[in-house]
Design a protein around this ligand. Structure first.
Ligand code: SF4
Length: 241
């Protein structure tokens, strides 16, 4: 049978921040969102990137098997769930090899298009961009409905989820919003932990490649105190951070 072709942006052989343990991280090309704080703007364009088959990509992953046996493989992007058939095929090969798989997603792709890939992953790293759907649209170009639907589906299938949330001063870093987020997340038993990432500007230079102005240049970085306060608010909802 003909293998589905995937579009690859890049890989990282020893990732330590995208899931448990040491991981091979695959960045797939293409993203439906346009987050104002994006530090991977060069992954946006759909259909660009390097075409690869699942077995070609798995060959690369497998050459690191000894190093990632106790960690696994994380599929990130861009948005990996934009290429669900390809993702399912590579994850099946990882599973056969006994490798743990995680999908790092914004949840923007409708569940009807990616359910099989979600079911196949061992762990979801789900980025809730903004708990207010209107503000989420301003921040990313899309509301948060699909992401919350994905979270509900994970709860139904009891799929382990790590929530990710970027703290952007003036946008998501607001006490009222963090309370809303904490309250919403506290309803889900599938959430194993919440990771708060302070806003940074390290990917600002990549916006030149997509020929668009970076709009958050004047936004300050969150202070240590603000980050700690945000953590305290979420802990109040008995979430593990
Ligand atoms: S989902 Fe990720 S890759 Fe896509 S625009 Fe947002 S931050 Fe960038």
């Amino acid at each position: 049978m003909k293998e589905p072709v995937g579009y690859l942006h890049s890989v990282e052989s020893f990732g330590a921040v995208d899931g448990p343990g040491v991981r091979f991280v695959v960045f797939l090309q293409g993203c439906p969102l346009r987050c104002l704080f994006c530090h991977n703007a060069d992954t946006w364009e759909i259909g660009e990137g390097k075409p690869v088959t699942p077995s070609e990509l798995f060959g690369q992953i497998d050459s690191y098997r000894n190093f990632i046996q106790n960690g696994g493989v994380t599929f990130s992007g861009g948005e990996p769930l934009l290429q669900p058939e390809f993702l399912c095929a590579v994850m099946a090969l990882c599973k056969e090899a006994g490798l743990h798989t995680a999908v790092d997603t914004s949840g923007a792709v409708p569940l009807s298009r990616c359910r099989e890939a979600v079911e196949a992953a061992d762990l979801l790293l789900l980025d809730i961009k903004d708990i207010d759907t209107g503000d989420c649209r301003s921040l990313t170009g899309m509301g948060n409905e699909n992401a919350l639907e994905l979270l509900r589906a994970c709860e139904d299938m009891q799929k382990p989820v790590w929530i990710r949330h970027v703290l952007v001063p003036g946008y998501t870093l607001q006490e009222e919003k963090l309370h809303r987020l904490g309250k919403e997340l506290s309803r889900y038993t599938c959430i194993e932990r919440v990771e708060l990432s302070p806003f940074h500007k390290m990917g600002e230079y990549k916006w030149e490649f997509v020929d668009q102005p970076y709009q958050l240049g004047e936004v300050p970085l969150p202070s240590k105190e603000e980050i700690e306060k945000a953590r305290e608010i979420l802990k109040h909802y008995e979430l593990s951070l």
